[in-house]
Design a protein around this ligand. Structure first.
Ligand code: CO
Ligand code: CO
Ligand code: CO
Length: 309
């Protein structure tokens, strides 16, 4: 076993031979948008993201479905599965099985298996002092999903969020593997600062983040400003308080978004400064249009974060 459950990494890695390891992960979610096809695609992109975050190549997947058979039409479940199938096909992943259960709460996800060379695994533990921090997708899916539940999210903002959540982290992963980076994780339920914290703890360093450089989904800040914030994001905001130093000029709604619980978020990559330009070029070449340099790794083993305006 090369990566197990003890380091809060994205996926487990098990070595088979000198030059081959398998990478495994599992994720399922409850509906976050009304469109079943989009929900299926989001759930699949979200699950396969953990394989990409390890610098690995996903190969096979198995569906996991739970739904209340007395309330939900099988056609709706078929639409969810079609969304997942199309997204996994885009990722080059073959669905080789699955399992469905009767469940009071509709849920869908996939278990994904990938491969990686044992020496090319990208864990969350390699961030080095002086590295630049790059985030490849904008934040805000948590508050936008909360706004959908409360019928407060404008249609065009929902469309933007669906586009972000259904975008695979494939191109971002290929770019970071080509350039060779220090560390990576994907940004999901613990939000940007929560997942950054895991990387900093695993790496024994601290970070400075520039709030104004963090990409946000257009329309997300307006929701946070109206306190449309999910419970998970509020919990993240409390969780980060002991190790985050907020500059006075970073307003509360923006602080909340830096903690916003993401679904199918981007990769957070720690890259040596001398390779930063190569990484940004490689991301652009692969069509990763949201990537931004959001901060840097600093020399303090306590895994603290200084958030500047
Ligand atoms: Co992850
Ligand atoms: Co995961
Ligand atoms: Co079975």
């Amino acid at each position: 076993m090369l990566v197990g459950i003890d380091t809060s990494d994205d996926a487990g890695v098990y070595q088979l031979t000198d030059d081959l390891a398998i990478v495994q992960t599992l994720d399922f979610i409850t509906p976050i948008v009304d469109d079943p096809y989009a929900f299926g695609a989001i759930a699949a992109a979200n699950a396969v993201s953990d394989i990409y975050a390890m610098g690995a190549t996903p190969l096979t997947a198995m569906n996991i479905v739970g739904y209340p058979s007395d309330e939900v039409e099988p056609e709706l479940v078929a639409e969810i599965l079609r969304g997942g199938y199309d997204k996994l096909t885009e990722a080059g992943v073959a669905i080789i099985g699955g399992h469905t259960v009767d469940d009071p709460a509709l849920k869908y996800g996939v278990a994904v298996t990938g491969i990686v060379h044992p020496k090319r695994i990208v864990t969350n533990a390699g961030a080095k002092v002086g590295d630049a921090l790059v985030l490849t997708k904008p934040l805000g899916t948590g508050v936008i999903n909360q706004g959908i539940k409360m019928e407060r999210t404008p249609t065009e903002v929902i469309e933007r969020a669906v586009e972000v959540m259904t975008t695979l982290n494939k191109g971002a992963a290929e770019a970071m593997v080509a350039v060779v980076v220090s560390a990576c994780t994907d940004v999901t339920g613990f939000g940007l600062l929560g997942h950054l914290r895991e990387m900093l703890v695993a790496s024994g360093v601290s970070a400075r983040v520039f709030a104004s450089r963090v990409p946000l989904i257009d329309g997300a800040l307006a929701l946070a400003e109206r306190s449309i914030v999910p419970a998970g994001t509020r919990a993240n905001r409390r969780f980060v308080e002991p190790f985050v130093h907020w500059h006075d000029d970073v307003p509360e709604p923006l602080r909340m978004l830096l903690c916003d619980a993401q679904t199918s978020g981007g990769l957070l990559i720690s890259v040596p400064k001398e390779k930063l330009n190569a990484l940004m070029d490689a991301l652009k070449e692969r069509g990763v249009r949201w990537a931004s340099v959001i901060g840097e790794v600093v020399d303090k083993p306590s895994a603290e974060v200084w958030v500047e305006p």
